[in-house]
Design a protein around this ligand. Structure first.
Ligand code: TYM
Length: 321
């Protein structure tokens, strides 16, 4: 069973990224063959500041490693260090109907928001398909927002396989209902572009400020509250086991606990949860040469696999003459 996923290094990572994808990937290391990368080519669709992208790439790598990604056990690399993925994307483009990309929600949403569409944004799902198919991935852990992109990958792979025989494995999206869409401060999907995130690894003061900004209703302290419609509960729940969730639910239903008090507890919970990883993250960032070396070794491992698959594709396509 091969498991693969990627994450963009555009800006700081948030609880949606962590629970939707990173934590699952880290836990999966016990079960299968794990491939994980920093999607810096994809980040270029929203970031044209080269220095910021380079810094963000190292930070994203340090975050993932600090949280438990084991580069010995898994294959962990930066997307652009395996340029075969671009060659495969071009190959796949020739099997990608325009209509398939025109129907993609994330593309349509960005256009609807007035973002001027360019070819990079339009072709984003093709590059993502190349990421997945280049490594014959069986399972792709993602949040719900990426489900359609994995379905597009399957459609493209089926088209290629129909023409050339079984070159590609058909991947399955791997989405947990519990964390499919982690809500942000305002209850919409947590997303950097909505400015409603709680970020990993930040100063205590800034973290506290974000938690205090979680939107709640105006039920008075003493009155019973509804946990299911409460955004604060939906975020807090992520840090609790079943018994902890039930205990919090009962406190909501009983009344007498104010949102401010719960927010204060949540702040402490988040702070303490990530505290043990912070030191390791900072140490990794201090020694950026060592970090680059770790990523280079990951890229070498990934590339061996990529070259093997591309050799097959080149032969089938007639590029090897
Ligand atoms: P990205 O960088 O936007 O997000 C990384 C992962 O975090 C998940 N996620 C969420 N999950 C639940 N609730 C949320 N609020 C939330 N916000 C983000 C995303 O679903 C994602 O799994 N296109 C991908 C990166 C990528 C990729 C790939 C993934 C490039 N190539 C190949 C898988 C396979 C992306 O933009 O993720």
């Amino acid at each position: 069973m091969r498991i693969l996923s990627g994450i963009q290094p555009s800006g700081s990572l948030h609880l949606g990224n962590y629970f939707g994808m990173m934590k699952k990937m880290i836990d999966y290391q016990q079960q299968g063959e794990l491939f994980c990368f920093i999607a810096n080519y994809h980040a270029m669709t929203s970031l044209s500041d080269g220095k910021a992208l380079a810094r963000g790439t190292l930070e994203a790598a340090a975050n993932f490693l600090a949280l438990g990604m084991d580069p010995q056990r898994s294959t962990f690399w930066v997307q652009s260090d395996v340029p075969e993925v671009q060659e495969l994307a071009w190959f796949l483009s020739n099997f990608t109907p325009m209509g398939l990309l025109e129907r993609c929600h994330s593309y349509k949403d960005k256009v609807a928001k007035g973002i001027a569409a360019n070819h990079g944004l339009f072709a984003y799902p093709v590059l993502m398909s190349a990421d997945i198919l280049l490594f014959n991935s069986d399972r792709v852990p993602v949040g719900k927002d990426q489900k359609q992109h994995v379905e597009v990958t399957r459609d493209i792979a089926i088209k290629v396989n129909n023409v050339y025989g079984e070159i590609f494995t058909l991947p399955e999206p791997d989405i947990d209902d519990e964390v499919a869409t982690v809500p942000g401060l305002d209850g919409q999907k947590m997303s950097k572009s909505y400015g409603n995130t709680i970020d990993l690894f930040q100063e205590e003061k800034a973290l506290r400020k974000q938690v205090m900004r979680i939107v709640t209703d105006s039920t008075p302290v003493e009155a019973p509250k509804n946990p299911d419609s409460c955004n604060l509960f939906q975020i807090y729940r992520l840090f609790l086991d079943k018994a902890g969730q039930e205990a919090l639910r009962q406190r909501y239903l009983a009344g007498g606990t104010g949102y401010g008090e719960i927010k204060e507890e949540l702040f402490v919970t988040i702070r303490d949860y990530f505290a043990p990883f912070t030191e390791r993250r900072n140490a990794l960032l201090q020694d950026s040469d060592q970090l680059r070396q770790t990523l280079q070794q990951g890229a070498d491992k990934a590339r061996r696999e990529a070259v093997r698959v591309m050799r097959k594709v080149r032969k089938k396509a007639g590029l090897a003459y």
